[in-house]
Design a protein around this ligand. Structure first.
Ligand code: SF4
Length: 489
């Protein structure tokens, strides 16, 4: 481990881990600089490693793949001068498949393949749910894998395709892939973007001068000053060049989209736009719904910063109970702490969060957090509040109980480690030792994202499998490994 390599969330082990972030640019001078800035804005989606591939007519394809943060790896003149060209793609990674938590440089994307019609690089956000079966089959037929990443299957499937162009081959490859994928890819002259037929993971299109950008979130367009044009639609493939602009088609069978509802709750940045709505606004709505569903008498509404903040503001606005920063986050601790000793590790959450004692003493506190996963951090935060003299602690959670693992590109603990998989809400309240504990309902969450009637149980509009146990795409590999789906009701 290098000195500057960040540890993966050393004090954030009680959150679902963000997936990956992807960015692409075409038709702009020094595309690598735009890609690096875009990836920097998407760093919350993956901190373990990042990579950039570019092409220019003189130097051909070039790439740099590094462990650690974008700011530490893709800012020096030394690195950036090795990445010339007007087209490029990039990826930031938290390992959701392959070697979990121990990313090796060989697993860092983008991946590159040389085909008879030229080279192509691809970067993937999501998780292929039939990757094990595909990999077995490909290896039997002679493919030699370079990494443990499920995304590499796409390159090998492309190599076996008879398609005449790279986009044709990509289309054919992706038809064989199940699960969640947003992909940015590039040839020598074309930037390609694809979203899986359910549109589980996000992908947006932007424009800057004569150039175009693709990004996981709109906040990455903002940082480079690109105009947000639209979201890539579920099942859509766009092929973009500076010369011909954006060509769009829909190679997959049209289906009801099932965007990840957790992107609204936690993964995406609050300054991004999802589904035409500000993520911040949606989170504030979640807080309002929560206050309507589960009111409680108290003196202050406090967020667990930063992810609980917009929902706490919404709760306060709806309930009329004053909002206060009862817990202060140390912005410089946690994700950048280098190789903590066991003793420092045991301090755990105190290194990152501190109670604002003067505010909390003798007060009844409503504490708003985005989710409860294992519950370990929630217990520690409650202890800190009681130690600081809080009279009562009421937890309000901005997502329904997380009772099922995600197989679509988000790292969740095994089902038995999820608190909500093994306990009822009352049991969780007693386990956490709080005066009350309430989660927003699934209907409430759907209302907060703009579905006035709540969740249509026959045709839900979002993926909510980690709450409902209803997986929109069968997690084939996991079922083979013994994962038990929810019994039909
Ligand atoms: S299972 Fe949960 S985290 Fe995973 S894609 Fe579905 S809603 Fe998102």
């Amino acid at each position: 481990m290098s000195k500057t390599m960040p540890l993966a969330h050393p004090f954030d082990d009680d959150k679902l881990k963000e997936e990956c972030g992807i960015f692409g640019a075409v038709g702009v001078a020094d595309a690598a600089n735009f890609v690096a800035l875009g990836l920097h804005a998407l760093q919350h989606r993956g901190q373990e490693a990042g990579g950039i591939v570019v092409h220019d007519p003189v130097h051909g394809f070039n790439s740099a793949r590094r462990m650690g943060y974008v700011r530490d790896n893709f800012t020096s003149h030394e690195v950036m001068q090795t990445l010339p060209g007007n087209i490029g793609i990039g990826h930031v990674r938290y390992s959701t498949a392959g070697n979990k938590g121990q990313t090796a440089i060989r697993d860092v994307q983008p991946f590159f393949g040389e085909f008879s019609m030229g080279g192509a690089a691809i970067a993937h956000n999501g998780n292929i749910t039939n990757a094990d079966a595909l990999r077995r089959e490909l290896i039997e037929r002679g493919s030699i894998f370079q990494s443990s990443s499920d995304s590499e299957c796409i390159i090998h499937l492309m190599a076996r395709s008879m398609g005449r162009t790279i986009p044709d081959r990509m289309e054919e490859a992706l038809r064989k892939v199940e699960g969640a994928f947003s992909v940015v890819a590039m040839t020598r002259t074309k930037l390609i973007g694809v979203r899986d037929p359910l549109g589980v993971r996000p992908l947006v299109l932007g424009k800057l001068g004569d150039g175009y950008m693709l990004a996981s979130e709109t906040c990455a367009l903002d940082i480079v000053g690109a105009e947000f044009l639209r979201e890539i639609e579920p099942g859509e493939m766009v092929v973009i060049s500076a010369k011909s602009g954006v060509q769009s088609h829909f190679p997959f069978r049209r289906r009801q989209s099932r965007f990840c509802i957790f992107e609204h709750v936690y993964f995406s940045r609050p300054d991004s736009i999802l589904g035409g709505r500000s993520v911040y606004e949606t989170r504030e709505n979640i807080g309002r719904e929560l206050a309507k569903e589960s009111p409680v008498e108290a003196d202050l509404v406090c967020p667990v910063p930063d992810s609980g903040t917009p929902a706490a503001i919404g709760f306060s606005l709806q309930s009329g109970i004053p909002y206060a920063m009862g817990i202060i986050r140390n912005q410089y601790m946690g994700r950048t702490f280098i190789e903590p000793s066991e003793q420092i590790r045991n301090m755990g959450v105190r290194l990152k969060l501190n109670v604002n004692r003067a505010l909390i003493r003798n007060k009844r506190i409503i504490l708003v957090d985005d989710s409860v996963v294992r519950g370990t951090t929630s217990r520690k935060i409650k202890d800190m509040l009681l130690d600081a003299g809080a009279a009562e602690v009421h937890f309000r959670i901005a997502s329904p109980p997380t009772a099922w693992p995600c197989f679509y590109g988000v790292d969740t603990p095994q089902r038995e480690k999820l608190l909500a998989a093994t306990m009822t809400e009352d049991e969780m309240r007693d386990h956490l030792g709080v005066d009350s504990l309430k989660f927003i309902s699934l209907d409430g969450l759907y209302r907060a994202v703009g579905e006035a009637e709540g969740r249509d149980s026959k045709a839900p509009k979002y993926c909510d499998a980690c709450f409902s146990g209803e997986y929109p795409v069968a997690p084939t590999d996991m079922i083979e490994k013994g994962f038990q789906l929810k019994a039909a009701e």
